[in-house]
Design a protein around this ligand. Structure first.
Ligand code: ADP
Ligand code: ADP
Length: 237
């Protein structure tokens, strides 16, 4: 079928990330035989406590972690061996990692320059993307002068600029305070729906997952326990 299909995925780390060998942590199975489908245009959240394997699953979909088992497919094509940049997926992390010395417009234009979109069209598309994320007229604003929420809005616009076929978001709002997070969660959903973007959204925050996603996958200890709509999950005792 169309969209993303994760089948029986396993991600293992053979050594702890700081390289210091501790018997209890050697050989972590971070993602334990996970099956997941995300249809085209759908937003799926991965929800669970820190360390349950959400990031590892997302990174495996991106091609940033190798699979120890299973497959990741897009439109029925196996992505094994397809490098990160060839997958045409967008990435957005907690710290949007903007270029601090470029203004907001040049940050958003970055992916379009790489695609050799001509300058006049680039300017039009940058303005449209800034509009979409609620930052009309911010082209010339330096990143250093923006608030945390504004920076993540710019980062979202930049991630969407090349029209990725799938957007992978890893705790994109977690560095923001609670009120801002609620507002941005609603805005992120609106922007993804208006652009028809398929998305996988990692978060440890229930309310955020419910506000953003069409369906929520609940993870625990490397396993995907269930995938259900926010309404279905709210009804559960
Ligand atoms: P993050 O940057 O992903 O928030 P943290 O340092 O907060 O990373 O740790 C996230 C998870 O990784 C926790 O479950 C923690 O116990 C685990 N962790 C941290 N350091 C190591 C390590 N060296 N080896 C294995 N697991 C680790
Ligand atoms: P989450 O995103 O849910 O916080 P992670 O995918 O970051 O979970 O981590 C899942 C497990 O894998 C944790 O036990 C963590 O310590 C371990 N882990 C994550 N990244 C690494 C790494 N680069 N090297 C070793 N262990 C890791």
């Amino acid at each position: 079928g169309a969209g993303l299909a994760v089948r029986d995925a396993v991600v293992r780390y053979t050594r702890p990330r700081d390289g210091l060998w501790r018997p209890a942590r050697a050989g972590t199975t971070a993602v334990d035989h996970v099956w997941l489908e995300v249809d085209e245009g759908e937003i799926v959240a991965l929800l669970g406590p820190s360390g349950c394997g959400k990031s590892s699953l997302l990174r495996a979909v991106a091609g940033l972690e190798p699979l120890a088992g299973g497959t990741v497919r897009w439109d029925d094509a196996d992505l094994a061996g397809v490098p990160v940049h060839r997958r045409q997926f967008g990435l957005l992390f907690q710290d949007g990692q903007l270029f601090p010395h470029r203004d907001a417009g040049r940050n958003v234009a970055y992916g379009l320059e790489a695609q050799h979109v001509p300058a006049p069209e680039r300017a039009r598309r940058v303005a449209g993307l800034l509009d979409l994320v609620g930052l009309t007229g911010y082209e010339r604003r330096r990143v250093a002068t923006l608030s945390g929420g504004e920076r993540q809005r710019v980062a979202l616009a930049r991630a969407l600029a090349p029209s990725p076929r799938l957007l992978l978001l890893d705790e994109p709002l977690s560095a923001l305070d609670r009120r801002l997070r609620e507002r941005l969660a609603a805005d992120v959903r609106r922007v993804l729906k208006e652009t028809g973007t398929t998305a996988l959204f990692v978060t440890h925050d229930h309310e955020e997952a419910f506000a953003v996603a069409d369906r929520v996958g609940v993870m625990s200890d490397g396993r995907l326990l269930q995938v259900a709509t926010p309404d279905e999950l709210r009804e559960k005792p």
